[in-house]
Design a protein around this ligand. Structure first.
Ligand SMILES: *[C@@H]1O[C@H](CO)[C@@H](O)[C@H](O)[C@H]1NC(C)=O
Ligand SMILES: *[C@@H]1O[C@H](CO)[C@@H](O)[C@H](O)[C@H]1NC(C)=O
Ligand SMILES: *[C@@H]1O[C@H](CO)[C@@H](O)[C@H](O)[C@H]1NC(C)=O
Length: 376
C-alpha cells in the first residue's frame, strides 16, 4: 500500500470505530454484558463475608479507601478499590456491579445484572478455610446460584430466563488458592488432608470436585465461563514474610503445588469445552499474568511487588491482615499487593485489561469481550 492508501484506510477505520462507539452503551464499541455471576474467594468477594460470622472480614478500614461508589468506605472487598470482577463488569458494559448474594438488598431486578457469591476463605473443598470458622465454599455458592436461578425464572419467565443466562451472562470462577493456603499447606488444621494425601492425590481431588461444580453450573444453564487458575501463591507478602525471604524471592512449594493444579485445570477446561455442548470455557492464566507483574513490576510503574501496602509484621508487612492499626503506604498505586494476600486495585486493573483484550498467553481460546459477544 502506498501512503495515500494507508491514510485512506486509517480514516475509514477511525470512522468505523467512532460510529460503533457512538451507538453502543459498552465502553468498547461492542454490546453490553447482561450479567456476571461471580464465584470464588476473597480475590473477588464483594461483601458476602460481611453477613457471615467469620474471622475473614474486610469491612474494616482502610480496605476500600479508593472505592468510589462507597466514598472510600469499606465494603467487604479485600483490596483498596475495585476487584477484578468489578473492573471486568464495568469494561464489558454491565450496568450495575454484581451484588453480594447474602446482602438483604440483593433482591428483585438487580439480580438480572449479576450476583456475587464469592467468599473470603472459600475453596473448592468444603473443608477449606475452616480456620476462619465460616465462609462459603464452592458447593454452597452453587446451591445459592440455584436459588437465584429460580428467582430469575420468576422475574423473566422460563424461556427468557434461559436466554438471559445462556447468552447474556458470564460466569466467572476464581477459586483454588485457599485449598492450598488454608487447607493443604496448613500444618495443623489440614492434618486430615496432608498426612493422608500426596500432592498428586490432593490435586486430583480438587480437579474432580471442580469438574462436578462446573458441570452443575452447566446444568443450571450457564454457558459462558471464565475459569482462573491459581496465582503464584508462593510470592504473596505473607509467604515471603513468614519464610523470611529476600526481596524478589518466592517460596517454592506453594508455587509448585499451584503449577501442578494449574496444569490439570487446563486439561479439564479443554475437556469441558469438548464435552459440554454449547458451552465455552475460557481459561485465564492468572499464574503467568501475576508472575509477570511481580517479576517486571517496575515496567508496569510499580515500586514494589514484595511489600504489602497495608499490613503489619516482618520485612514485607505480611503477617497481620489490613486493618485500622496497620501501617498504610502513601503510594497505593505503586504497590502490586494491597495487603499480605491480595493485589491492589492498580494491579487488578492491569490483570482485568489482559483478560478483556485476550492475549492468548493469558486468556484462551478468546478474551472476555469476544466471549460476551459470542452467539449474540
Ligand atoms: C439496603 O438499602 C438501604 C436503602 O438504600 C440502606 O439503607 C441499607 O443500608 C442497605 N443495607 C445493606 C445491608 O447494605
Ligand atoms: C459439601 O457441602 C455441601 C453442602 O453442605 C454438600 O452438599 C456436599 O455434599 C459437601 N461435599 C462434600 C465433598 O462433602
Ligand atoms: C437445584 O435445586 C433443585 C431443588 O430446588 C434440585 O432438584 C436440583 O438438583 C438443583 N440443581 C443443581 C444443579 O444443584
Amino acid at each position: 500500500m502506498d501512503t495515500k492508501h494507508v491514510h485512506a484506510a486509517l480514516v475509514l477505520l477511525i470512522a468505523l470505530t467512532s460510529a460503533t462507539t457512538a451507538v453502543a452503551d459498552g465502553s468498547d464499541g461492542g454490546g453490553t454484558l447482561g450479567a456476571s455471576y461471580i464465584f470464588g474467594d476473597s480475590l473477588v468477594d464483594a461483601g458476602n463475608n460481611n453477613f457471615l460470622p467469620t474471622l475473614s472480614k474486610a469491612n474494616i478500614k482502610p480496605n476500600g479507601i479508593d472505592f468510589k461508589p462507597s466514598g472510600g468506605k469499606p465494603t467487604g472487598r479485600y483490596t483498596n478499590g475495585r476487584t477484578i470482577g468489578d473492573i471486568v463488569g464495568e469494561e464489558l458494559g454491565q450496568q450495575h456491579y454484581a451484588m453480594p448474594f447474602l446482602d438483604p438488598n440483593t433482591t428483585g431486578e438487580v439480580i438480572l445484572y449479576g450476583v456475587n457469591y464469592a467468599s473470603g476463605g472459600g475453596g473448592i473443598m468444603n473443608a477449606t478455610g475452616q480456620i476462619f470458622v465460616n465462609r462459603l465454599s464452592m458447593d454452597i455458592q452453587i446451591d445459592y446460584f440455584n436459588i437465584t436461578r429460580k428467582q430469575i425464572d420468576k422475574l423473566l419467565g422460563a424461556s427468557k430466563a434461559r436466554e438471559h443466562i445462556m447468552k447474556k451472562s458470564i460466569f466467572s470462577i476464581t477459586i483454588g488458592s485457599n485449598d492450598f493456603l488454608n487447607n493443604y499447606l496448613l500444618p495443623v488444621l489440614s492434618i486430615g488432608a496432608r498426612v493422608s494425601e500426596s500432592p498428586d492425590g490432593f490435586v486430583d481431588d480438587l480437579i474432580s470436585h471442580i469438574r462436578s461444580q462446573l458441570t452443575r453450573l452447566y446444568q443450571l444453564d450457564a454457558r459462558k465461563f471464565i475459569i482462573g487458575n491459581v496465582g503464584p501463591i508462593g510470592c504473596i507478602p505473607y509467604q515471603r514474610t513468614i519464610n523470611q525471604l529476600n526481596e524478589n524471592e518466592c517460596v517454592a512449594l506453594p508455587n509448585k503445588l499451584a503449577l501442578q493444579y494449574n496444569a490439570k485445570l487446563k486439561d479439564l477446561v479443554a475437556q469441558l469445552n469438548d464435552n459440554l455442548p454449547g458451552a465455552t470455557f475460557v481459561h485465564a492464566n492468572v499464574y503467568d499474568l501475576v508472575m509477570e507483574l511481580i517479576t517486571n513490576y517496575d515496567k508496569y510503574g510499580f515500586k514494589t511487588a514484595s511489600k504489602a501496602c497495608c499490613g503489619n509484621g516482618g520485612q514485607y508487612a505480611g503477617i497481620i491482615p489490613c486493618g485500622p492499626t496497620s501501617s498504610l503506604c502513601e503510594d497505593r498505586d505503586k504497590h502490586v499487593f494491597w495487603d499480605p494476600y491480595h493485589p491492589s486495585e492498580a494491579a487488578n486493573v492491569i490483570i482485568a485489561k489482559q483478560l478483556l483484550q485476550g492475549d492468548p498467553k493469558y486468556v484462551s481460546p478468546m478474551g472476555l469481550k469476544e466471549l460476551r459477544d459470542l452467539g449474540l
